[in-house]
Design a protein. Sequence first.
Length: 701
Amino acid sequence: MNTGTVGIGRGHPRLEGPAKVTGTARYAAEYPADGVAYAWAVQSSVAKGRIVRIDPTATLAEPGVLDVLTYENAPRLHSTESAELFLLQTPQVHYRGEFVALVLAESLEAAREGALLLRVDYDTEPHSSLLTEHHPGLYRPEKVNPSYPTDTALGDFEAGYAAAEVQLDQTYRTPAYHNNPMEPHSATARWLDGRLLVHDSSQGSTLVRDTLGRLFNLPAETVRVISAHVGGGFGSKGSPRCTPVLAAMAARHLGRPVRLALTRQQVFGPIGYRTPTIQRLRLGSDADGRLAAICHDAISQTSTGVEFAEQTAVLTRSLYAAPHRRTTHRLTRLDVPTPSWMRAPGECPGSFALECAMDELAVACGMDPVELRIRNDTDVDPEEGLPFTSRNLVACLREGARRFGWADRDPTPGVRRHGRCLVGTGVASAIYPARTAGAHARARVEPDGSYQVSINATDIGTGARTALWLVAAEALAVPGDRVTVEVGDSDLPPAFVAGGSFGTAGWGWAVDKACRELRRQLAERHGGTVPAAGLTVQVDTMTDVAEQPRYARYAFGAHFVEVRVDVDSGEIRVPRMLGIFATGRVVNPATARSQLIGGMTMGLSMALHEEGALDHRFGDWVNRDLATYHIASCADVEQIDADWVDDPDERVNPLGIKGLGEIGIVGSAAAVANAVYHATGIRVRELPIQPDKLLDRLPTT
Ligand code: MOS
C-alpha cells in the first residue's frame, strides 16, 4: 500500500482507515473475552445524601443476573487520591447521577433489566447546584489547571482603566458543555494469575495503568491497559475515568471478565463536562483602540469531592499588549458531578468572552475589528516578558481577511439583507499553548529491512498513528511500507496522554530521536548491515524537554464567519467559516485540516446549540441525549475551510511542530457571535445564541 517516499508535510490517509470502515478495528467494548459478564451502572436518584438501604431482591431474581456490586460488597480500593475514582466505597452521594451500584449479568439485557429493578433508599440533604457570581461559597483556588497561577497582575489596572478614553465593562456567560465522543466510555477487564488486563477507551493508557495499580495496590508491571482504537475523547478520556475502575472491580468480584459500556445518557455527568462560566471583561483603550488596561475575572464551578479549576482567563495573559492588566479565577464547590477536561479547557470559554469584548471595543472605537487586533499585537508575552518561539497572529488575520473578502466591510450592524435574512460577518483571534512533554520511544530494525516504532501514544481518531508513521519514515529515510507504528498499549514505552495538543510534537520528537539513533548505531556500530538478531534502540526525551530554553510557546489563528439570521424565525445559518492558523510545521495536512475544521465546528456548535441545562430543583441535567442536547451536524455549516500560514519555528522543538487539536475551537464561538451582532445589531453575551434571544429585537419585515 504505502510504497514510495512518505514524510512530514505529505498528506496521507489514516493507516487504520480500512480497518475502521470494515469494522475490524476493535474498540474497548469489542474485545472478545471468554465467559465475559456484562455490567450496567445504576445512578443515584438524589443530589446529596446517603444510601440507607439497598434491596437487591428483585434484581437478583431476574434470570441471568449474577450479582449486584455496591459499597457494601465491592472490592476495597487502596487509594483515595481521587474522590471521583473512589467508587462504590461509601454510602455517601455527592451528586445526582453518581454511580451507586453495578448490576452484573450474563447478558447486557439482563444487566439492564436488573438495574431497573434495583431498589435504593436514601436519606437526602439539601443541595446547591446553581453557579452565580454571588454564590456564598466562591473562593480563590491555590492554582488553576493544569498549574497556572490563579491570579496575575501587572501595572495598575484600576488606574489604567479609569484613565482610558474608551471603557468597556461587560459580563459573558457560557453554560455547561458535555463531551460527546462517538464512542461512549467503556472498558473490558479481566484478571489472570494476579495480573489485570483492561481494554479501556482512554486518551492515555499509561496513566490509567498507574492509577489502577494504585487503586488495587498492584505493581504497575502487573497491570496492562490497551487503548488501540478510541472513538474520540475531547478531554473526557484524558484522565482515568470510572469505567476501567468499575470493570476491574467487577471482574475481581466475579472472577471472570467484565464489560462495562456507558450509555449515551450516562455520559452526561459521571464522566465530566465543561464547567459553566461567568466572565467579566474590562477593556480600556485610547480612541484609536490601543489597549491600556485589560482585566478578565472568571468564575466557574467544581464539585464537593474534587477541585477542578478551569483556567478560563489564562489566554488573556498572552494574547494582546497592554501595560495595565489583571486576571482572576474564582471557584465554588457545588453538589454536582466534577467538571473535567473538554477541548481547549480554559481557552475555549475564555476566548468567547475576550474576543466578543474585543469586538465590542472595536465598535466603541469605530474601528475595524481585524485592525483593532493587529494594533494590539505584541512581540513579547505581555505578562512573562518572554519572546515567542514564533507569533504569526497578524499573518493569520491578514491572510484570513484576504481570503474571506473582508476588505471594504461596512461596519454598520443590521443593514445587509439576503432575502428574509440579515447578513453579517465576524472575526476572532485564537491562541493555544504549543506544549511538549517528554516521552519514551523504541525503534527496531529486522534483518529483512523492516522497521517497527513503538510508543504509547494514543490515536483517539485524530490520525496520530499516521502522523508518527510519517515522522518515522522521514527520520529513517526509508519507504513507508517498511515501517510499522505501534501505539495504544501501556506495555509500550510510556508517553504523555493525547491531550493538551501535546501529542504530535512530543511523541514525534521521541520517535524522531529513536529513529535517528537507530540509524546512527546501524551505521557506526554495524557498518550499515542489520545484525542477524535485528537491532533495537530505546530513547527518551525527558531531559531534552526539561532543558528547553524559556520562550512563550503558542499556536495562533484567526476565524472569519458569515451568518444569516432569519428575521421572522431568528434562525441563524452559517454559510461560511474560514480559519487560518499558525501551527508550526504541519505533519499530515489531511488530518491536520480535519482537526482544525472539527474544532471550528465544535465552536459553532457551542455558539448556536449546545447547552447543558441543570434543573436546580433536582440538581440534575434535563437534557441528557443527542435529541435534546443539540450538537452541530454537517448541515449546520455550509462552507467550512481551514488552512495555515507559513510558521517556521525552530525554537518550539526540534521538529518545529505545534499541536493543533484544540486551537480550532478557540475563538470560533466568538467569531459566530460577532457575526450575529454585525448581522442584527444584537449583542448576545450568554451562549448559546438561540432564536429566543434574538426574536423580540429583530426588525419586522
Ligand atoms: Mo484535551 S481537553 O487537552 O484532552
